[in-house]
Design a protein around this ligand. Structure first.
Ligand SMILES: *[C@@H]1O[C@H](CO)[C@@H](O)[C@H](O)[C@H]1NC(C)=O
Ligand SMILES: *[C@@H]1O[C@H](CO)[C@@H](O)[C@H](O)[C@H]1NC(C)=O
Ligand SMILES: [Cu+2]
Length: 239
């Protein structure tokens, strides 16, 4: 009987595979409730990553869930973030973090919006550190939460904030990169014009996600995206 229960435990452990999610938005230094301001992702139970970069699920990974959440009001320039929850609850795979925002069209509640179109701008990254081929390190490894500023010049409106950890431990073959994704909903107060804008699907190209990080050690790491967004202030008046 003992061996049977050990087999059952082993099966359970295998099913609850060791991955993670981003369930809580962090605002004002406080962790909000799980899936309150973050759209519940398809992997909220199995924790599995998205690996298909051609599907609309590469946006927010919510096709099997209700796809919406409450919307939190935040000031432009303030710091927000996401917590990591999983088994264990940290970013233990080697990989890179990116954060994108997209403004819902005027007149559309962000709760009713799917983030389609060339509307996303990238505001934050924790990329790989290389030194010409001797070492490659991933500073995001082990983080239990990731925080970042909403750019000070972000224009007023309702936004999706999309965070991803791209785990690269089996990215040496096509489709091997693992995307751990979540989208929060915020209402920002500010002014400006963000860019460059990108689209999901469409954002990902090699070599940022098709890469053997072990041998030979890559001499450099190329981020998946265009440059981080620069947000140009909108003049409040003409002098
Ligand atoms: C928020 O959650 C993260 C991840 O679980 C944890 O590391 C952190 O201590 C929490 N912060 C607070 C203020 O409870
Ligand atoms: C490193 O840079 C070279 C030259 O720009 C490029 O061809 C190669 O794809 C890059 N490698 C990675 C892993 O980004
Ligand atoms: Cu995993």
């Amino acid at each position: 009987m003992k061996s049977l229960s050990l087999i059952a435990v082993a099966a359970l452990v295998a099913k609850v595979s060791a991955h993670y999610t981003w369930p809580q938005l962090i605002v004002g230094g406080t962790n909000t409730s799980s899936w309150e301001y973050v759209r519940e992702t398809n992997n909220w139970q199995d924790l599995d990553p998205q690996t298909d970069v051609t599907t609309t699920d590469i946006r927010c990974y919510t096709s099997l869930e209700s796809g919406t959440a409450n919307t939190m009001t935040v000031a432009a320039g303030s710091t927000v973030g996401f917590t990591v929850d999983g088994n264990p609850s940290n970013l233990y795979h080697p990989g890179v973090v990116n954060v994108y925002m997209a403004q819902a069209p005027s007149g559309t509640d962000v709760a009713d919006w799917d983030g389609s179109g060339e509307v996303w701008f990238r505001i934050f990254e924790i990329t790989a550190v290389t030194d010409g081929g001797t070492t490659i390190t991933f500073p995001a490894t082990g983080m239990t939460q990731v925080t970042f500023p909403i750019p000070a010049e972000t224009p007023s409106g309702q936004y999706l904030i999309r965070i991803e950890h791209i785990a690269l431990h089996v990215a040496e073959s096509y489709g091997g990169a693992q995307f751990y994704i979540a989208c929060g909903q915020v209402e920002v107060r500010g002014t400006g014009t963000p860019g460059p804008l990108v689209e999901f699907p469409g954002e990902y190209t090699e070599p940022g996600i098709l890469i053997d990080i072990y041998y030979p050690i890559p001499a450099n790491y190329t981020q998946v995206s265009k440059a981080l967004a620069s947000i140009f202030p909108t003049p409040s008046h003409i002098a």
